[in-house]
Design a protein around this ligand. Structure first.
Ligand code: GDP
Ligand code: IMO
Ligand code: MG
Length: 425
């Protein structure tokens, strides 16, 4: 039995798609456990690139069964478009992809409210405007609509009526109006018909796989610093992105999980608002953005770029229980004369090597300079072959977090990878 959680250690976009796609070659089951269509996970096979938003990143490996867990919020229209695009590419989806009957639906009013609230807010979050926040709000307010509800559209009608009633005062206060239940159901009914054959008790499917000793990957979305409990609140998403979220979000007990792999870039990025102390607003930041292709895979927004934050990684290692790192995009740093890393913070209470998660806005990063390298590293497949200064960045992460590297990624393709510890060995 090997169940491995793959979790983002930063503010998302660490390269989860690439690592999950790669590791799925040996996984019988891949489960997405959190988030919704706010995610964009990029898979690159040869010269072809594919971005998945809801479907697990194991979908291109034909052996893997893919599950969408109850921790997700799913926009049925987005999902169907994604499935059809995959099928058009010749990827088999039917009988391989299953959606948890407990997963909640994102409906048009969630998307509307997300957009209206962002426009009206004085303190914007910079959300993806895909309806994520309002979708999870309805879930915890116990007025959400789950995939199981679609089995009875009369029941769904009543639930939509109740949800619209709850949101109406807010929407009217913004001078907007909600769509009618009839209009929502007219669009939803054909989607429900197409998706219902894929709705299943995914927790049970997962349990059967785990009991049979199959290899299982639990794929996170977003990242630790966007987690609703552990992230840079309120500039976070609305789900449990951390490794613990895999238990509730996939429906697996903690005792069944064997390893947690944390993913981090060799630098840092953030999309949306919120503090980012190691941010670069100069030409080096632009260079990282251009060379790293740092533009949102969902919204196309330019990602903010900055130096690697080692206290943040130590924090992520702690809250996720990270056993090994997958370090991505080391190649993007090639050519820099100096590679800076944040090693500590000056906070109002003094200097600390801890990540001041509640005081980031009033803390200043303390940097250490590491010498850069100029040799291309995309073709390197052994850690020992890396230029010594590139290896030093890997070592800095390992030493400051007390966690070793399982994987070092040196390019977007599957083969552009240094495997230190084969995850399913
Ligand atoms: P995710 O949301 O964590 O799956 O990450 P995204 O797919 O949003 O963003 C990561 C981007 O980096 C994608 O364009 C990947 O193709 C790319 N990528 C992943 N690993 C590497 C790497 O090691 N080097 C380079 N240059 N690009 C990478
Ligand atoms: P993946 O899975 C990067 C950010 C948004 C915003 C905040 C809240 O590709 O790593 P939301 O729409 O979730 O309410 O927005 O979270 N955000 C992400 N940033 N990668 C993501 O997903 C993200 N999903 C949400 O930019 O700051
Ligand atoms: Mg992404």
């Amino acid at each position: 039995m090997t169940a491995i959680v793959i979790v983002g250690a930063q503010w998302g976009d660490e390269g989860k798609g690439k690592i999950v796609d790669l590791a799925s070659e040996h996984a019988e089951v891949v489960v997405r456990y959190a988030g919704g269509p706010n995610a964009g996970h990029t898979l690159v096979v040869g010269t072809e690139k594919l971005v998945v938003r809801l479907v697990p990143s194991g979908i291109l490996q034909p052996r893997s069964m893919c599950l969408m867990g109850q921790g997700m919020v799913v926009d049925p229209g987005v999902l169907l478009t994604e499935i059809e695009a995959l099928e058009k590419r010749g990827v088999t989806v039917r009988n391989r992809l299953f959606i948890s009957e407990h997963a909640h639906l994102i409906l048009p009013y969630h998307v509307l409210i997300d957009g209206l609230r962002e426009s009206a807010a004085t303190q914007k979050i910079g959300t993806t405007k895909k309806g994520i926040g309002p979708g999870y709000e309805d879930k915890v307010a116990r007025r959400g609509i789950r995939f199981t509800d679609l089995r009875d559209l009369d029941r769904t009608r009543g639930l939509i009526d109740a949800a619209l009633l709850a949101w109406a005062p807010l929407v009217h206060a913004w001078g907007a109006s909600l769509p009618s239940t009839d209009a929502i159901l007219d669009d939803l009914a054909p989607l429900a018909k197409k998706l219902l054959p894929m709705v299943a008790d995914t927790g049970k499917l997962l349990d059967v796989a785990v009991r049979a000793g199959k290899h299982v990957l639990l794929e996170g979305a977003q990242g630790t610093l966007l987690d609703v409990d552990h992230g840079t609140y309120p500039f976070v998403t609305s789900s449990s992105a951390v490794a613990g979220g895999a238990c509730t979000g996939a429906g697996i007990g903690p005792s069944r999980i064997d390893r947690v792999v944390g993913i981090t870039k060799a630098y840092a990025t953030r999309v949306g608002e919120g503090p980012f102390p190691s941010e670069l607003t100069d030409e080096i930041g632009d260079q990282l953005r251009t060379r790293g292709g740092e533009f949102g895979s969902v919204t196309g927004r330019p990602r903010r770029t900055g130096w690697l934050d080692l206290p943040a990684l130590r924090y992520a290692a702690r809250v996720n229980g990270i056993d090994g790192w997958a370090i991505t995009k080391l190649d993007v740093l090639t050519g820099l004369e100096t590679v800076r890393v944040c090693v500590a913070y000056d906070t109002p209470a003094g200097r600390t090597e801890d990540f001041p998660v509640t005081e980031l806005g009033v803390s200043r990063p303390v940097f250490e300079d590491l010498p850069g390298w100029s040799e291309a590293i995309e073709d390197i497949r052994e850690l020992s072959q890396l230029p010594s200064n590139a290896a030093r960045v890997v070592r800095a992460i390992e030493e400051k977090t007390g966690v070793g590297a399982d994987i070092v990624s040196v390019g977007p393709r599957r083969d552009q990878t240094i495997v230190v510890n084969d995850l399913f060995r």
